[in-house]
Design a protein around this ligand. Structure first.
Ligand code: NIG
Ligand code: FE
Length: 454
């Protein structure tokens, strides 16, 4: 039989994890299953996966000008990160030191956000883009191939639309899915005019709908109420946008329920989500995205009981909300929530490491949550998130031989080779020159260090 042409073949993977599953994502007990192929191989053509299987079978059928020998290495789908705030100015490292050393009264989250809003306003477009591209490079180097990127550090209509335009214009090997965060926190100027603020948020949706796939609203005691989120969420739906929700991070504001009612693609955070809210999400097909980097960086490592009270040291295995969500039948994903305040890491690898340690998830659960279920959180699971014939060729070759070691060994970058949309963009842990940024931004006048000092 004549061999078929491929662009690239990967052969002899010590272990190839496919993360294969249905486009609605993996739930319940199925999360603990992970399809692995020993001495695995795959063939790629025109940005798509042609075939996956044992090396003997794939190399019998395909020939390619580029062969990657993955001997001794793990091969997996590219990681999907479904929640980030990519564009922002300044840094909050001083706030963090003051918090951990308790040298200053802790700043509430909304105060931190307003600080970043001021720094973002002071940064030029070129500076914001330069930092965003540098962050996308870092994400790619760490194995992320699809990223949701939301606004949120504008708050006012024009400032939010500016961030959205910049986000929607990004062209990088990491595929960026733009979201307008229409309701984040109330700007001070609207303290006595909430209704005016909501009307302005609704007014921005028509323009935003041409730029963003999603509209996000924050349903939380520190942010907006259930009714306010329903109002803006429904308007966004009417404008043709899909919905995401920041839900119940600092208390149960009914965010999980709002997400389900709005048929949101995902609700994220959910620290205080009620069981009724989680059940409603399961029924509506809304993904729950959990953010262990936030749990770590906000110093909230102590497990919480269902009622929000803190678990004591003698009961470390009390059901965490992540486990309650899995048991309620919700599709669960993991994400960085990359932002300067609650989670300044762009690495999904550290998210995977923390998910095991803080959320007590198993390795298979974590892999499913960071690949196919992450894609499901972005309504992309039919297209990517697993190594299956026909899907987008987003692939990582790791510097460890198996999927468990990739989570157990933490604090160093374990990604060796990254293929995005069929192109080898990272090789030997380094970006291939000219491959990652499809269109570079205007040269920045100030460096990232200068930006942080502003
Ligand atoms: O997703 N409602 C929460 N918003 C952000 C917090 C960002 C910040 O502290 O700047 C979040 O965690
Ligand atoms: Fe967020």
């Amino acid at each position: 039989m004549a061999k078929r042409n491929a662009d690239v073949v990967i052969v002899h993977a010590a272990e190839l994890v496919t993360c294969a599953g249905p486009p609605e994502g993996v739930r319940g007990a199925a999360l603990q299953r992970l399809e692995t192929i020993a001495d695995g191989a795959l063939a790629i053509r025109d940005g798509r996966i042609l075939a996956v299987g044992p090396t003997a079978a794939v190399s019998r059928r395909y020939v390619a000008p580029v062969t990657i020998d993955a001997s001794g290495r793990l091969v997996s789908p590219g990681l999907v990160d479904p929640h980030s705030h990519l564009l922002y100015g300044g840094s909050r490292h001083e706030e963090y030191e003051a918090k951990v050393t308790q040298r200053a009264p802790a700043r509430r989250m909304d105060g931190g956000i307003r600080y970043t809003v001021r720094k973002t306003a002071a940064a030029s477009d070129a500076e914001l883009l330069e930092q965003a591209y540098a962050d996308l490079d870092t994400m790619l180097l760490h194995g992320t191939t699809t990223l949701e990127a939301k606004t949120g550090y504008g708050l006012e209509r024009d400032a939010e639309l500016r961030l959205l335009r910049l986000t929607a214009g990004l062209r990088h090997a990491v595929d960026v899915v733009p979201t307008l965060l229409a309701l984040h926190v109330l700007p001070d100027a609207y303290a006595d005019r909430r209704a005016d603020y909501l009307a302005a948020a609704v007014g921005a949706l028509e323009e935003a709908s041409g730029l963003a796939t999603y509209c996000d609203v924050s349903c939380d005691p520190l942010c907006f109420t259930f009714d306010e989120c329903m109002q803006v969420g429904a308007a966004a739906r009417a404008a043709g946008m899909k919905i995401r929700v920041h839900a119940d991070q600092f208390g149960d504001a009914g965010g999980a329920l709002a997400a389900a009612r709005l048929h949101a693609s995902a609700a994220d955070h959910l620290d205080y989500a009620s069981d009724a809210g989680l059940r409603a999400m399961a029924a509506a097909g809304t993904v729950a995205t959990f953010l262990p980097g936030v749990t770590l960086h906000m110093c909230e490592m102590t497990p919480r009981f269902a009622d929000g009270a803190l678990a004591d040291a003698e009961k470390p295995f009390m059901p965490l909300v992540v486990r309650r969500a899995i048991e309620a039948g919700v599709t669960v994903a993991l994400s960085t929530d990359y932002n300067p305040g609650s989670c300044p890491t762009p690495s999904m690898q550290i998210v995977m490491a923390l998910a095991a340690r803080l959320f007590r998830l198993g390795y298979a659960e974590i892999w499913n949550m960071c690949t196919l279920n992450g894609a499901r959180a972005l309504d992309l699971a039919a297209d990517r998130g697993s190594l299956e014939a026909g899907k987008r060729a987003d692939i990582v070759v790791w510097n460890v031989p198996g999927h468990g070691m990739a989570i157990n060994r933490f604090g160093v970058n374990l990604a060796d080779t990254v293929i995005a949309n069929g192109a080898v963009v990272v090789e030997g842990g380094r970006l291939k020159r000219g491959r990652a940024r499809h269109r570079t931004s205007a040269p920045a006048r100030r460096s990232r260090a200068a930006l942080a000092r502003m």
